[in-house]
Write a protein that binds this ligand. Structure first.
Ligand SMILES: Nc1ncnc2c1ncn2[C@@H]1O[C@H](COP(=O)(O)OP(=O)(O)O)[C@@H](O)[C@H]1O
Ligand SMILES: [Mg+2]
Length: 273
């Protein structure tokens, strides 16, 4: 699979949230997008998914001009690049399985969805996905009764229900504690690798990008200022991406996931560059 952004820009009034971004993302892989708040990371993901349309430029996926899709074809595209959000976006009072089945909304008639007329096969698949993510025992609980980490796994299950080639995750762990952040990142990584999907995740911390990504895109003021492998992401480069002054420190952009695992690796990351 090949996702290509060609000179993509998005303006809000006079202000460019994303400015002439060109990127080619090929094949399965885990791509991290990093940068300080306001750099344009969310706007970029939303344009790929067509949640917010680009002002200029092209998005191509395997020869299809994504930005020109309408109606059913546009919905099919949105099914094929499922979104996962920082705040999970579940229906709080609805049970977990139904939340997962909602991943099929783009593919089922409104009426059958409204009446919760899911086929036995759909329900079985939803349960299998929950099982795979280690939360099958939560299936009948209301979403709001779950911990943040569990809720985000439900959101990932809902995305998987769409069987997307691409998963776009906008700060998927920004609301989670380090332990849950690790569980959620591990889940995303596993479905990326095992199923051969592409994950594009906006991440607010360097250590997470280094640990999970095959490729890291650094954004600053709407532009791509870094595009490389995680091992090329030295402190000097990071300083550039974050536009930080002398007070820049890696700990300010750390989730401390690494501290849970390998202390030495974490210490090395802190001293890197
Ligand atoms: N709906 C909007 N209306 C006006 N400005 C917006 C809107 N969405 C984002 N912006 C602006 O675009 C820039 C990039 O925002 P965003 O993509 O959310 O950055 P990030 O996700 O990296 O924090 C910011 O300056 C933000 O204020
Ligand atoms: Mg954002």
């Amino acid at each position: 699979m090949k996702l290509e952004l060609r000179n993509v820009s998005k303006f809000f009034g006079q202000k460019a949230a994303v400015e002439t971004v060109s990127l080619t993302l090929e094949g399965p892989g885990f791509v991290g997008v990093i940068g300080r708040s306001g750099a344009g990371k969310s706007t970029l993901l939303r344009m790929i998914n067509r949640l917010g349309d680009a002002t200029t430029g092209n998005v191509m996926f395997d020869g299809t001009d994504v930005l020109s899709l309408k109606g059913r074809e546009k919905r099919q595209w949105q099914t094929n690049c499922a979104m996962v959000f920082q705040q999970f976006n579940l229906v709080a009072r609805m049970d977990v399985v139904s939340n997962v089945l909602h991943g099929l909304l783009g593919q089922r008639s409104t009426l059958s969805s409204l009446l919760n007329l899911w086929s036995a096969a759909d329900i079985r698949r939803a349960l299998e996905i929950l099982e795979r993510l280690g939360i099958a025992e939560q299936a009948t609980k209301r979403a709001e009764a779950l911990s943040g980490g569990q809720q985000q796994r439900v959101a990932i299950a809902r995305a998987l229900m769409q069987d997307p080639q691409i998963i776009l995750a906008d700060e998927p762990i920004a609301s989670l504690d380090p332990m849950n952040a690790q569980v959620v990142m591990d889940a995303l990584k596993r479905i990326q690798v095992e199923d051969g999907r592409m994950v594009v995740a906006n991440l607010h911390t360097l250590d997470t990008a280094r640990r999970y990504c095959d490729r890291v895109i650094g954004m600053r003021d709407g532009r791509v200022v870094f595009d490389g492998r995680p091992d090329q992401l030295t402190t000097g480069v990071a300083r550039d991406i974050y536009g930080a002054d002398a007070s820049f420190s890696e700990s300010a952009t750390s989730t401390a996931i690494e501290a849970l695992g390998d202390d030495r690796e974490y210490a090395a990351a802190m001293l890197d560059g």
